[in-house]
Design a protein around this ligand. Structure first.
Ligand SMILES: Cc1cc2nc3c(=O)[nH]c(=O)nc-3n(C[C@H](O)[C@H](O)[C@H](O)COP(=O)(O)OP(=O)(O)OC[C@H]3O[C@@H](n4cnc5c(N)ncnc54)[C@H](O)[C@@H]3O)c2cc1C
Length: 355
Protein backbone atom coordinates (compact mmCIF):
# COMPACT_ATOMS: atom_id res chain seq x y z
CA UNK A 1 0.00 0.00 0.00
CA UNK A 2 1.17 3.52 -0.80
CA UNK A 3 0.19 6.39 1.46
CA UNK A 4 -0.69 9.81 0.08
CA UNK A 5 -0.60 12.27 2.96
CA UNK A 6 -2.46 15.57 2.61
CA UNK A 7 -1.59 18.30 5.11
CA UNK A 8 -4.51 20.69 5.48
CA UNK A 9 -8.14 20.13 4.57
CA UNK A 10 -8.67 23.67 3.28
CA UNK A 11 -9.83 24.62 -0.22
CA UNK A 12 -6.88 22.91 -1.89
CA UNK A 13 -6.89 19.77 0.29
CA UNK A 14 -10.66 19.33 -0.05
CA UNK A 15 -10.47 19.63 -3.82
CA UNK A 16 -7.84 16.87 -3.93
CA UNK A 17 -10.12 14.63 -1.85
CA UNK A 18 -13.19 15.41 -3.92
CA UNK A 19 -11.33 14.70 -7.16
CA UNK A 20 -9.86 11.39 -5.95
CA UNK A 21 -12.80 10.02 -3.95
CA UNK A 22 -14.84 7.97 -4.43
CA UNK A 23 -13.79 6.53 -7.82
CA UNK A 24 -10.28 7.63 -8.76
CA UNK A 25 -8.18 6.23 -5.95
CA UNK A 26 -6.29 3.08 -7.00
CA UNK A 27 -6.81 0.00 -4.78
CA UNK A 28 -3.19 0.13 -3.60
CA UNK A 29 -3.29 3.76 -2.38
CA UNK A 30 -4.57 5.10 0.94
CA UNK A 31 -4.98 8.75 1.87
CA UNK A 32 -4.18 10.28 5.24
CA UNK A 33 -5.57 13.79 5.78
CA UNK A 34 -4.12 15.75 8.69
CA UNK A 35 -5.73 18.95 9.96
CA UNK A 36 -5.83 20.74 13.29
CA UNK A 37 -9.56 21.33 12.76
CA UNK A 38 -11.91 18.32 12.47
CA UNK A 39 -13.85 19.72 9.49
CA UNK A 40 -13.27 21.86 6.40
CA UNK A 41 -13.66 25.57 7.19
CA UNK A 42 -14.99 28.17 4.77
CA UNK A 43 -12.19 30.64 5.30
CA UNK A 44 -13.61 33.15 2.84
CA UNK A 45 -16.39 33.78 5.42
CA UNK A 46 -14.17 34.42 8.47
CA UNK A 47 -14.88 38.15 8.25
CA UNK A 48 -18.58 37.44 8.88
CA UNK A 49 -17.81 35.05 11.74
CA UNK A 50 -15.65 37.74 13.38
CA UNK A 51 -18.30 40.42 12.81
CA UNK A 52 -20.95 38.23 14.43
CA UNK A 53 -23.28 37.97 11.44
CA UNK A 54 -23.01 34.22 10.87
CA UNK A 55 -22.65 31.32 13.26
CA UNK A 56 -19.65 29.05 13.50
CA UNK A 57 -21.67 26.06 12.29
CA UNK A 58 -22.54 27.77 9.01
CA UNK A 59 -18.92 27.71 7.88
CA UNK A 60 -18.09 24.09 8.68
CA UNK A 61 -18.22 21.35 6.05
CA UNK A 62 -17.64 17.69 6.98
CA UNK A 63 -14.64 15.93 5.47
CA UNK A 64 -15.62 13.11 3.08
CA UNK A 65 -15.76 9.53 4.30
CA UNK A 66 -14.10 6.62 2.52
CA UNK A 67 -12.74 3.22 3.60
CA UNK A 68 -9.23 4.23 2.45
CA UNK A 69 -9.28 7.76 3.88
CA UNK A 70 -7.85 8.18 7.36
CA UNK A 71 -8.46 11.60 8.93
CA UNK A 72 -6.03 12.59 11.68
CA UNK A 73 -6.96 15.52 13.88
CA UNK A 74 -3.62 17.04 14.87
CA UNK A 75 -1.11 19.84 14.71
CA UNK A 76 1.68 19.48 12.14
CA UNK A 77 4.93 20.79 13.61
CA UNK A 78 7.43 19.81 10.91
CA UNK A 79 8.25 17.70 7.88
CA UNK A 80 11.18 15.33 7.65
CA UNK A 81 11.66 15.23 3.90
CA UNK A 82 14.61 12.79 4.11
CA UNK A 83 12.91 10.17 6.32
CA UNK A 84 9.54 10.78 4.57
CA UNK A 85 7.68 11.62 7.80
CA UNK A 86 5.30 14.30 9.00
CA UNK A 87 5.97 15.37 12.57
CA UNK A 88 2.94 15.97 14.78
CA UNK A 89 2.55 17.57 18.19
CA UNK A 90 1.95 14.93 20.91
CA UNK A 91 1.47 12.10 18.38
CA UNK A 92 3.50 9.58 16.41
CA UNK A 93 5.01 10.78 13.10
CA UNK A 94 3.10 9.83 9.93
CA UNK A 95 5.02 8.27 7.02
CA UNK A 96 4.25 9.20 3.44
CA UNK A 97 5.01 8.02 -0.08
CA UNK A 98 3.51 11.15 -1.64
CA UNK A 99 2.89 14.34 0.31
CA UNK A 100 0.72 17.37 -0.49
CA UNK A 101 1.33 20.40 1.70
CA UNK A 102 -1.71 22.69 1.79
CA UNK A 103 -1.40 24.33 5.20
CA UNK A 104 -2.57 27.77 4.09
CA UNK A 105 -1.17 31.06 5.32
CA UNK A 106 -0.67 33.25 8.37
CA UNK A 107 -0.66 36.99 8.98
CA UNK A 108 2.41 38.88 7.85
CA UNK A 109 3.23 41.59 10.39
CA UNK A 110 6.02 43.09 8.27
CA UNK A 111 8.20 43.43 11.42
CA UNK A 112 5.93 46.14 12.86
CA UNK A 113 6.74 46.09 16.59
CA UNK A 114 3.83 44.92 18.74
CA UNK A 115 1.62 43.99 15.77
CA UNK A 116 1.64 40.26 16.41
CA UNK A 117 1.19 40.69 20.17
CA UNK A 118 -1.52 43.35 20.27
CA UNK A 119 -3.71 42.80 17.22
CA UNK A 120 -6.43 40.28 16.45
CA UNK A 121 -6.65 38.19 13.31
CA UNK A 122 -9.08 36.54 10.90
CA UNK A 123 -6.56 34.17 9.29
CA UNK A 124 -7.60 30.98 11.12
CA UNK A 125 -10.88 29.79 12.59
CA UNK A 126 -9.46 29.80 16.12
CA UNK A 127 -8.27 33.39 15.75
CA UNK A 128 -11.50 34.51 14.06
CA UNK A 129 -13.49 33.15 17.02
CA UNK A 130 -11.31 35.15 19.41
CA UNK A 131 -11.76 38.25 17.25
CA UNK A 132 -15.53 37.65 17.26
CA UNK A 133 -15.57 37.53 21.03
CA UNK A 134 -13.57 40.74 21.58
CA UNK A 135 -15.43 42.70 18.90
CA UNK A 136 -18.86 41.66 20.07
CA UNK A 137 -18.11 42.30 23.75
CA UNK A 138 -17.20 45.93 23.06
CA UNK A 139 -19.29 48.66 24.64
CA UNK A 140 -21.09 51.28 22.52
CA UNK A 141 -18.89 53.95 20.95
CA UNK A 142 -15.77 51.77 21.15
CA UNK A 143 -13.08 52.32 18.54
CA UNK A 144 -12.04 49.43 16.26
CA UNK A 145 -8.91 49.90 14.17
CA UNK A 146 -8.63 47.63 11.12
CA UNK A 147 -5.17 47.67 9.56
CA UNK A 148 -5.12 46.89 5.84
CA UNK A 149 -7.86 47.54 3.29
CA UNK A 150 -7.46 44.66 0.88
CA UNK A 151 -10.32 42.24 0.36
CA UNK A 152 -10.45 40.81 3.90
CA UNK A 153 -10.07 44.20 5.66
CA UNK A 154 -12.82 45.74 3.53
CA UNK A 155 -15.15 42.79 4.07
CA UNK A 156 -14.58 42.85 7.82
CA UNK A 157 -15.05 46.63 8.14
CA UNK A 158 -18.28 46.64 6.14
CA UNK A 159 -19.76 43.57 7.83
CA UNK A 160 -18.90 44.93 11.28
CA UNK A 161 -20.41 48.33 10.47
CA UNK A 162 -23.72 46.58 9.69
CA UNK A 163 -23.44 44.25 12.66
CA UNK A 164 -22.53 46.95 15.20
CA UNK A 165 -23.68 50.38 14.05
CA UNK A 166 -22.70 51.74 17.47
CA UNK A 167 -18.96 51.15 16.93
CA UNK A 168 -16.50 53.68 15.61
CA UNK A 169 -14.58 51.82 12.86
CA UNK A 170 -11.33 53.15 11.42
CA UNK A 171 -9.87 51.43 8.35
CA UNK A 172 -6.17 52.13 7.81
CA UNK A 173 -4.60 51.64 4.40
CA UNK A 174 -1.23 52.37 2.85
CA UNK A 175 -2.46 53.53 -0.56
CA UNK A 176 -4.17 56.64 -1.97
CA UNK A 177 -7.20 54.42 -2.41
CA UNK A 178 -8.29 51.25 -0.65
CA UNK A 179 -8.30 47.95 -2.60
CA UNK A 180 -5.18 48.95 -4.47
CA UNK A 181 -5.18 45.80 -6.61
CA UNK A 182 -8.61 46.69 -8.10
CA UNK A 183 -9.41 49.40 -10.70
CA UNK A 184 -9.74 52.88 -9.16
CA UNK A 185 -13.42 53.13 -10.10
CA UNK A 186 -14.13 50.12 -7.95
CA UNK A 187 -12.07 51.44 -5.04
CA UNK A 188 -14.02 54.71 -5.17
CA UNK A 189 -17.34 52.85 -5.16
CA UNK A 190 -16.27 51.00 -2.02
CA UNK A 191 -14.93 54.18 -0.40
CA UNK A 192 -18.29 55.91 -0.99
CA UNK A 193 -20.07 52.97 0.58
CA UNK A 194 -17.88 53.40 3.66
CA UNK A 195 -18.60 57.14 3.81
CA UNK A 196 -22.35 56.43 3.74
CA UNK A 197 -21.95 53.78 6.43
CA UNK A 198 -19.79 55.78 8.84
CA UNK A 199 -16.55 53.84 8.44
CA UNK A 200 -13.58 56.20 8.54
CA UNK A 201 -10.89 55.46 5.95
CA UNK A 202 -7.38 56.63 6.73
CA UNK A 203 -5.45 56.55 3.44
CA UNK A 204 -1.67 56.78 3.06
CA UNK A 205 -1.22 55.40 6.53
CA UNK A 206 1.92 53.72 7.78
CA UNK A 207 1.50 51.76 10.98
CA UNK A 208 4.88 51.99 12.66
CA UNK A 209 4.13 50.41 16.04
CA UNK A 210 1.32 48.77 17.99
CA UNK A 211 0.84 48.74 21.74
CA UNK A 212 -2.00 47.47 23.86
CA UNK A 213 -5.11 49.39 22.69
CA UNK A 214 -2.98 51.82 20.70
CA UNK A 215 -1.60 51.94 17.21
CA UNK A 216 0.85 54.43 15.78
CA UNK A 217 0.18 55.85 12.32
CA UNK A 218 3.32 57.63 11.10
CA UNK A 219 4.38 57.47 14.76
CA UNK A 220 1.21 59.33 15.88
CA UNK A 221 -0.68 57.37 18.58
CA UNK A 222 -4.34 56.49 18.03
CA UNK A 223 -6.35 54.87 20.82
CA UNK A 224 -8.37 51.82 19.81
CA UNK A 225 -10.31 49.39 21.94
CA UNK A 226 -9.58 46.55 19.52
CA UNK A 227 -7.15 46.37 16.59
CA UNK A 228 -7.54 43.78 13.82
CA UNK A 229 -4.65 43.06 11.45
CA UNK A 230 -5.58 42.39 7.81
CA UNK A 231 -2.42 43.84 6.28
CA UNK A 232 -0.86 40.92 4.46
CA UNK A 233 -0.18 37.22 4.57
CA UNK A 234 2.71 34.79 4.35
CA UNK A 235 2.92 31.03 3.87
CA UNK A 236 2.45 28.69 6.86
CA UNK A 237 5.50 28.61 9.14
CA UNK A 238 5.91 24.90 8.38
CA UNK A 239 6.67 25.79 4.75
CA UNK A 240 8.72 28.86 5.63
CA UNK A 241 10.91 26.59 7.77
CA UNK A 242 11.45 24.02 4.99
CA UNK A 243 14.60 24.01 2.92
CA UNK A 244 14.21 25.36 -0.61
CA UNK A 245 13.71 28.59 -2.53
CA UNK A 246 10.81 30.77 -1.42
CA UNK A 247 9.31 34.05 -2.61
CA UNK A 248 9.02 37.25 -0.54
CA UNK A 249 5.94 35.88 1.21
CA UNK A 250 7.63 32.64 2.23
CA UNK A 251 5.76 30.65 -0.43
CA UNK A 252 7.71 27.74 -1.87
CA UNK A 253 8.96 27.98 -5.45
CA UNK A 254 7.74 24.85 -7.23
CA UNK A 255 8.12 22.97 -10.50
CA UNK A 256 5.57 23.32 -13.36
CA UNK A 257 3.95 20.14 -11.96
CA UNK A 258 3.60 21.74 -8.49
CA UNK A 259 6.14 19.61 -6.63
CA UNK A 260 9.44 20.59 -5.03
CA UNK A 261 12.07 21.13 -7.74
CA UNK A 262 14.23 18.36 -6.24
CA UNK A 263 11.49 15.98 -5.04
CA UNK A 264 8.64 14.88 -7.30
CA UNK A 265 6.77 13.27 -4.40
CA UNK A 266 6.28 16.45 -2.34
CA UNK A 267 3.68 18.84 -3.74
CA UNK A 268 3.02 22.35 -2.43
CA UNK A 269 -0.54 23.59 -2.68
CA UNK A 270 -2.58 26.80 -2.39
CA UNK A 271 -1.41 29.66 -0.17
CA UNK A 272 1.85 27.78 0.53
CA UNK A 273 2.91 27.77 -3.14
CA UNK A 274 4.53 30.56 -5.13
CA UNK A 275 2.26 30.93 -8.16
CA UNK A 276 1.84 33.67 -10.78
CA UNK A 277 -1.51 34.85 -9.30
CA UNK A 278 -2.45 36.29 -5.91
CA UNK A 279 -3.38 33.49 -3.51
CA UNK A 280 -7.06 32.58 -3.48
CA UNK A 281 -9.38 29.66 -2.83
CA UNK A 282 -10.03 29.42 -6.57
CA UNK A 283 -6.32 29.21 -7.29
CA UNK A 284 -5.83 26.49 -4.65
CA UNK A 285 -8.63 24.48 -6.25
CA UNK A 286 -7.28 24.94 -9.78
CA UNK A 287 -3.86 23.80 -8.65
CA UNK A 288 -5.35 20.81 -6.82
CA UNK A 289 -6.96 19.60 -10.07
CA UNK A 290 -3.57 19.66 -11.78
CA UNK A 291 -1.84 17.83 -8.92
CA UNK A 292 -4.50 15.11 -9.10
CA UNK A 293 -3.82 14.77 -12.82
CA UNK A 294 -0.10 14.21 -12.13
CA UNK A 295 -0.84 11.61 -9.43
CA UNK A 296 -3.41 9.73 -11.48
CA UNK A 297 -1.09 9.42 -14.44
CA UNK A 298 1.81 8.34 -12.27
CA UNK A 299 -0.27 5.73 -10.49
CA UNK A 300 -1.22 4.32 -13.90
CA UNK A 301 2.46 4.19 -14.86
CA UNK A 302 2.03 6.96 -17.44
CA UNK A 303 4.26 9.99 -17.85
CA UNK A 304 2.76 13.21 -16.44
CA UNK A 305 2.40 16.20 -18.80
CA UNK A 306 5.58 18.30 -19.13
CA UNK A 307 3.63 21.34 -17.90
CA UNK A 308 0.08 22.64 -17.49
CA UNK A 309 -1.69 25.65 -18.98
CA UNK A 310 -2.04 28.65 -16.62
CA UNK A 311 -4.84 28.18 -14.13
CA UNK A 312 -7.88 30.16 -15.29
CA UNK A 313 -9.55 32.28 -12.62
CA UNK A 314 -13.14 33.38 -12.99
CA UNK A 315 -12.78 36.62 -11.07
CA UNK A 316 -13.04 37.88 -7.53
CA UNK A 317 -16.01 39.08 -5.51
CA UNK A 318 -16.14 40.96 -2.23
CA UNK A 319 -19.03 41.82 0.04
CA UNK A 320 -20.06 45.15 1.54
CA UNK A 321 -22.34 43.89 4.26
CA UNK A 322 -25.23 41.66 3.35
CA UNK A 323 -26.72 43.71 0.50
CA UNK A 324 -23.91 45.19 -1.56
CA UNK A 325 -20.76 43.90 -3.15
CA UNK A 326 -18.02 44.55 -5.66
CA UNK A 327 -15.65 42.59 -7.80
CA UNK A 328 -14.10 41.74 -11.11
CA UNK A 329 -15.78 39.17 -13.35
CA UNK A 330 -14.30 38.37 -16.78
CA UNK A 331 -11.97 41.36 -16.16
CA UNK A 332 -14.93 43.73 -15.81
CA UNK A 333 -15.74 45.59 -12.58
CA UNK A 334 -19.15 44.88 -11.07
CA UNK A 335 -20.74 46.56 -8.07
CA UNK A 336 -23.94 46.67 -6.03
CA UNK A 337 -26.60 44.09 -5.30
CA UNK A 338 -25.80 41.89 -8.30
CA UNK A 339 -22.21 41.47 -7.12
CA UNK A 340 -23.46 40.53 -3.63
CA UNK A 341 -26.01 38.07 -4.99
CA UNK A 342 -23.36 36.42 -7.14
CA UNK A 343 -21.06 36.07 -4.13
CA UNK A 344 -23.82 34.51 -2.01
CA UNK A 345 -24.72 32.19 -4.91
CA UNK A 346 -21.14 30.99 -5.30
CA UNK A 347 -20.90 30.29 -1.56
CA UNK A 348 -24.19 28.39 -1.61
CA UNK A 349 -23.09 26.32 -4.60
CA UNK A 350 -19.77 25.53 -2.93
CA UNK A 351 -21.42 24.40 0.31
CA UNK A 352 -24.13 22.47 -1.52
CA UNK A 353 -21.57 20.70 -3.70
CA UNK A 354 -19.19 19.83 -0.86
CA UNK A 355 -21.63 19.23 1.98
C1 LIG B 1 -11.63 37.12 5.03
C2 LIG B 1 -11.14 36.39 3.81
C3 LIG B 1 -11.86 36.44 2.64
C4 LIG B 1 -11.42 35.75 1.51
N1 LIG B 1 -12.19 35.81 0.37
C5 LIG B 1 -11.81 35.09 -0.71
C6 LIG B 1 -12.64 35.07 -1.88
O1 LIG B 1 -13.68 35.74 -1.93
N2 LIG B 1 -12.25 34.30 -2.93
C7 LIG B 1 -11.11 33.54 -2.89
O2 LIG B 1 -10.83 32.83 -3.88
N3 LIG B 1 -10.28 33.56 -1.81
C8 LIG B 1 -10.60 34.31 -0.73
N4 LIG B 1 -9.80 34.32 0.39
C9 LIG B 1 -8.52 33.58 0.36
C10 LIG B 1 -8.74 32.08 0.59
O3 LIG B 1 -9.47 31.87 1.78
C11 LIG B 1 -7.41 31.35 0.65
O4 LIG B 1 -6.63 31.71 -0.46
C12 LIG B 1 -7.66 29.83 0.66
O5 LIG B 1 -8.27 29.47 1.89
C13 LIG B 1 -6.35 29.04 0.47
O6 LIG B 1 -6.66 27.67 0.48
P1 LIG B 1 -5.58 26.62 1.04
O7 LIG B 1 -6.12 25.27 0.79
O8 LIG B 1 -4.23 26.97 0.54
O9 LIG B 1 -5.53 26.91 2.62
P2 LIG B 1 -6.69 26.99 3.70
O10 LIG B 1 -8.02 26.99 3.08
O11 LIG B 1 -6.33 28.12 4.60
O12 LIG B 1 -6.51 25.61 4.48
C14 LIG B 1 -5.39 25.34 5.29
C15 LIG B 1 -5.75 24.20 6.22
O13 LIG B 1 -4.58 23.82 6.93
C16 LIG B 1 -4.88 23.62 8.30
N5 LIG B 1 -3.65 23.88 9.05
C17 LIG B 1 -2.89 24.98 8.99
N6 LIG B 1 -1.78 24.83 9.74
C18 LIG B 1 -1.86 23.60 10.29
C19 LIG B 1 -0.99 22.86 11.15
N7 LIG B 1 0.19 23.33 11.58
N8 LIG B 1 -1.37 21.60 11.51
C20 LIG B 1 -2.56 21.09 11.06
N9 LIG B 1 -3.40 21.75 10.24
C21 LIG B 1 -3.05 22.98 9.86
C22 LIG B 1 -6.00 24.61 8.58
O14 LIG B 1 -6.78 24.20 9.70
C23 LIG B 1 -6.79 24.58 7.26
O15 LIG B 1 -7.81 23.62 7.30
C24 LIG B 1 -10.20 35.01 1.55
C25 LIG B 1 -9.46 34.96 2.74
C26 LIG B 1 -9.92 35.64 3.87
C27 LIG B 1 -9.12 35.58 5.15
Amino acid sequence: MKNLVILGGGYGGMKILNELLPNHLPENVTITLIDRVPYHCLKTEYYALAAGTISDKEIRVAFPEHSRLDVIYGEVTGIDTKDRKVILKDAEPVSFDDLIIGLGCEDNYHDVPGAEQFTYSIQSIEKSRLTYSVLNNLGPGSVVGIVGAGLSGVELASELSESREDLNIKLFDRGNHILSSFPERLSKYVENWFVRNNVEIINNSNITKVEENKLYNHDQPIDCNVIVWTAGIQASKIVRDMEGEKDRSGRMVISPLHHLPNDEHIFILGDCASLPHAPSAQLAEGQAEQIVEVLKRRWKGEAPPASFPQIKLKGILGSLGKKHGFGMMAERPITGRVARLLKSGILWMYKFHKG
